[in-house]
Design a protein around this ligand. Structure first.
Ligand code: SAM
Length: 332
């Protein structure tokens, strides 16, 4: 049985938040009033995460992405990669990270089965970095990107959240990066989730405008297959002669919910069928059952999440929906 929702969409991708803790505090992600963390004892163990993935994989799940918070602040994440890589059916394991801890962990992650990585970087100007991510240093992220390339993670994607008045003047510089390096830049439209106050101050920069600015550098040649495309929502292009690609993800102005193929598991065991909607199923009670009852109960939780997967996010109609949790909890 495939994981098919009420609207005919097939789920083959799970994003797993392993912690809501982060060693950065990016302006759009964490509101000042929201800086506390859940107690560590509420976290799912790696074995519990693997157990849920095993059940999903028996029904068609193929891809998983480890995220957070900053996933690499949780100790032993390479061990989770090893567990997930052993699950029959899982063909693609990726990681979203701010890159700071990659010099320490990239080797072990790759050795244990990590294929590819998305590294967040919202500015190419070191002096501007603290405006976006006050807790980190640009140079640390850049070192993480270089390490990812050096150990052979492939593709290395750069997640760049566009913010009007902050980094929209750098769109062309980011596009040029793909000419110089085998890096795959993904421009992401700001979403009303996390620090809603920041979003409301008019920082949304429409993805179509980013694409138009990139086109100033040359023809945008559509890329429809290959490692740079993956299973995500980006529309992907390459500039003539470029080593990397450019992807455009516009959750607000270029909605792609009809193509959604994913669910999200929060670090405290809630299965979210939609990032932009508060609906979720608590998987923890199922995980506490005896081994002979567990699989059935996990499957029931998954079916409930599938049944409640909304047709689309509520970013536009109800933004901000009061029950949204931040991206770092749900797993951005
Ligand atoms: N710490 C990791 C990282 O930096 O990539 C993983 C977690 S982070 C929440 C995942 C992605 O979500 C990052 O690329 C981040 O920029 C993006 N993100 C967080 N809040 C966002 C928002 N309100 N709108 C758009 N993207 C957001």
């Amino acid at each position: 049985m495939l994981l098919r929702d009420r609207f005919g969409r097939v789920i083959e991708y799970l994003r797993i938040s392993v912690t809501e803790r982060c060693n950065m505090c990016c302006v759009y992600c964490v509101a000042p009033e929201n800086r506390g963390y859940e107690p560590r004892e509420h976290l799912l163990t790696f074995e519990e995460i693997a157990e849920i993935v095993r059940v999903l994989a028996r029904h068609g799940l193929r891809r998983v992405r480890i995220t957070g918070g900053e996933p690499l602040v949780r100790p032993h994440v390479p061990e989770l990669v090893r567990l997930l890589a052993q699950i029959p059916g899982i063909t693609d394991i990726s990681l979203s990270t701010n890159g700071i801890l990659l010099p320490r962990y990239a080797d072990a992650l790759k050795r244990n089965g990590l294929k590819r990585v998305n590294i967040s970087l919202d500015t190419l100007q070191p002096q501007k970095f603290h405006r976006v991510s006050p807790a980190g240093q640009w140079e640390e992220v850049w070192a993480g990107i270089q390490t990812a390339l050096a150990v052979g993670l492939k593709p290395v994607k750069i997640n760049c959240v566009l913010m009007k008045g902050i980094n929209d003047d750098e769109v062309v510089d980011f596009a040029r990066l793909t000419l110089e390096y085998p890096l795959h830049v993904r421009f992401i439209e700001l979403m009303p989730i996390g620090n809603i106050g920041f979003y409301r101050r008019g920082h949304l920069f429409p993805i179509g405008e980013a694409k138009a600015r990139c086109a100033q550098l040359g023809e945008l040649i559509p890329v429809t297959e290959g490692e740079a495309v993956g299973g995500g929502p980006a529309s992907v292009f390459r500039l003539p002669g470029a080593q990397g690609t450019l992807g455009f993800i516009g959750a607000c102005t270029a909605n792609f919910c009809h193509r959604c193929n994913r669910m999200r598991l929060s670090s405290d065991g809630l299965l979210y069928p939609c990032l932009g909607h508060g609906v979720h199923v608590d998987m923890k009670p199922a995980l506490k059952l005896s081994p002979d009852q567990r699989e059935q109960a996990i499957m029931e939780g998954i079916e409930q999440a599938l049944l409640s997967k909304p047709e689309g996010h509520q970013f536009v109609t109800l933004a901000p929906h009061p029950t949204f949790r931040t991206m770092r909890v749900i797993g951005g």
